[in-house]
Design a protein around this ligand. Structure first.
Ligand code: SAH
Length: 220
């Protein structure tokens, strides 16, 4: 599930530049039983299987023996939902483990004792944590200094300044009678910057007014 993500685009560029190392670990390799199983029936009954604590503990311990980790993150739909400030914080970390759940989830003791942070990617349930881990990794990797060619391009993305991004255009200046705003075609950089800011505020007010409230509160 990670192959495509790792081989293309920004994660691949980051790896080639030596700014990122991303290793996949199969919990089955840490299973102590001969069937290499990593799940078991839930105590108290109910549908679905639960991921056992032992392979997870053995895997995390083996990794921690090699290097310190800033966070051990568990992907879970009942956790706090990923946002840009969380991604910014994680981009400052050196080493992170992301644990992917499956089936009904993991034995609660994993969450109580082995995990330092939990992240959801939204209020819906996926069948496994892999896509969530890829989403988290992508959001974080592109913020690592040097990964994006033009660092300002990450800084001008939506949410970075508490505003959504303004609309963007490229050539041609007119297509089927649909025009690029005149101000962007002109030579006045100050007017262009003002236009972008106004559009960003307008778009945020229309689509995500709660962001403006947050910004106002933080400025007071
Ligand atoms: N029974 C659990 C869902 C298990 S889904 C519940 O109702 O909360 C199986 C695994 O997929 C989870 O352990 C988690 O690792 C991953 N997952 C599912 N939805 C997710 C989401 N929105 N964000 C992050 N991880 C998710």
């Amino acid at each position: 599930m990670f192959a495509g993500f790792l081989e293309y685009s920004i994660p691949q560029r980051a790896r080639k530049k030596g700014l990122l190392e991303l290793e996949l670990h199969n919990l089955r390799d840490y299973s102590a039983n001969r069937y290499k199983s990593v799940d078991d029936y839930p105590y108290g009954g109910g549908a679905g299987m639960v991921m056992s604590i032992e392979p997870i503990d053995r895997c995390i311990s083996a990794l921690k023996a090699e290097r310190p980790y800033d966070e051990v993150i568990f992907t879970s739909p009942d956790a706090r939902v990923l946002d840009q400030p969380m991604a910014n914080g994680l981009s400052m970390c050196k080493n992170i483990i992301i644990l992917c759940g499956h089936y009904k989830g993991v034995d609660e003791r994993v969450r109580e004792h082995l995990v330092t942070m939990e992240i959801s990617i939204g209020d819906y349930v996926l069948s496994g944590g892999e896509l969530a881990a890829a989403v988290i990794a992508d959001a974080v990797i592109r913020l690592v200094p040097g990964v994006l060619g033009d660092e300002t391009s990450a800084l001008s993305d939506s949410f970075q300044d508490g505003l959504l991004s303004p609309p963007v255009y490229t050539r041609p200046p007119e297509y089927k009678g649909w025009k690029v705003p005149d101000v962007l075609l002109g030579g006045n950089d100050r007017l262009k910057a003002e236009w972008r800011y106004e559009k960003a505020v307008e778009r945020t007010r229309e689509r995500r007014p709660s962001l403006l409230e947050g910004q106002d509160a933080s400025r007071q």
